[in-house]
Design a protein around this ligand. Structure first.
Ligand code: PLP
Length: 349
């Protein structure tokens, strides 16, 4: 799509509105409509989206935020950046937050629940929203891996008070650099976020709050507006590829099973096997690159030491860390390539 992207970039060069040019607004409008919310706010990255979302809700020092240990590190680093304390809840077999364990971790300081729709599979939002309502907590969805995913026919990014997406080049809807977007249907939060991402300014010269510089770049918005046209097709291809793997590998390794009230978008396709490391080496010998998302749970990272967790505290997550392997899943993967990958996996076992 190089030619189409270059034409879009050229328009930005011509009008030279590099900061918050009209392409940003266009993207925000398309994105909010897509998610079924009132507002979208383009920011610098998914990490900033999470940090600013929590700032807009007043999350800070003395507060606790409940989240998962098996996500990309930014889900937690953004909590730390606000001054709040992350509190980890173990995950269920589907690799998302185990909703039966949430209530045990709620204290007087708990301010929010931050579920991650890992791999593009929605978390159990009905139960999360019930708990949040019952205990008067905010919900912040980390949808970084899940643009377009649906839970009970509703798009992720429309359940929580404020919700966060990454547009990083490795994500399913991706810019040619860093980018992120926040969604909300609350007008007050929206106004707060517009200022927070723009150094606190409410107009050229007035700031009512202290803010940050975290605007979605106009050039990236121009790129995203082109890519967005193709996004649903790409997602469908990912889902077809996932189905192909599931049908062919179900009896050999543990695969992520779809269910009828969720639409997963398969940012990653993760299989599980006790022989993970051996299989990964064998696949590489056969020119198939795989990755582990993620090899070190967040609570066991050196950076997390002061939080006081130790090995064994979050057993399901820790067990999965030893067995998970992400297979290639991108939309352009051909059937021939998939059949090759599947045949190599079969020959290994
Ligand atoms: C679950 C999750 N949360 C947050 C982020 C942070 O997004 P970004 O890299 O755009 O800062 C990512 C991806 O990088 C992610 O996968």
């Amino acid at each position: 799509m190089k030619e189409e992207l270059l034409a879009s970039i050229e328009k930005v060069l011509d009008h030279s509105q590099f900061i918050l040019g009209h392409e940003v607004k266009t993207f925000e409008e398309k994105f909010s409509q897509y998610c079924g919310v009132n507002y979208a706010i383009g920011v610098n990255s998914g990490t900033d989206a999470l940090f600013l979302a929590m700032k807009s809700l007043g999350v800070g020092k003395g507060d606790e935020v409940i989240t998962v240990p098996n996500s990309f590190i930014a889900s937690t680093s953004s909590i730390i950046a606000t001054g709040a304390k992350p509190v980890f809840v173990d995950v269920a077999e589907d690799m998302n937050i185990d909703v039966d364990l949430i209530e045990n971790t709620i204290t007087d300081n708990t301010k929010a629940i931050l579920p991650v729709h890992l791999t593009g599979r929605p978390s159990e939002m009905t139960r999360i929203l019930e708990i949040a309502e019952d205990k008067d907590l905010f919900v912040i969805e980390d949808c970084a891996q899940a643009v377009g995913a649906e839970y009970k026919n509703q798009k992720v990014g429309s359940f929580g008070n404020v919700n966060c997406f990454s547009l990083h080049p490795l994500k399913t809807l991706n810019a040619c650099g860093d980018g992120g977007v926040i969604t909300t249907s609350d007008e007050e939060i929206y106004k707060q976020l517009l200022a927070l991402r723009n150094i606190g300014l409410k107009d050229r010269d007035h700031a009512d709050i202290w803010g940050y510089n975290s605007r979605l770049d106009t050039m990236q918005a121009a790129i995203l507006n082109v890519k967005f046209k193709y996004f649903d097709d790409w997602t469908e291809k990912r889902r077809l590829n996932a189905k192909h793997y599931i049908d062919d590998l179900r009896n050999i390794v543990k695969v992520p099973e779809d269910n009828d009230y969720m639409k997963s978008v398969y940012h990653t396709f993760i299989i599980q096997t006790e022989r993970r490391d051996e299989l990964q080496r064998y696949l590489l010998e056969n020119e198939i690159d795989t990755k582990v998302h993620y090899p070190i749970p967040i609570h066991l990272q050196v950076a997390a030491k002061a939080l006081g967790y130790k090995k064994g505290d979050l057993p399901v997550c820790e067990r999965q860390t030893e067995t998970i392997l992400s297979l290639p899943i991108y939309p352009d993967l051909t059937n021939e390539q998939m059949n090759y990958i599947i045949s190599i996996i079969k020959s290994f076992f």
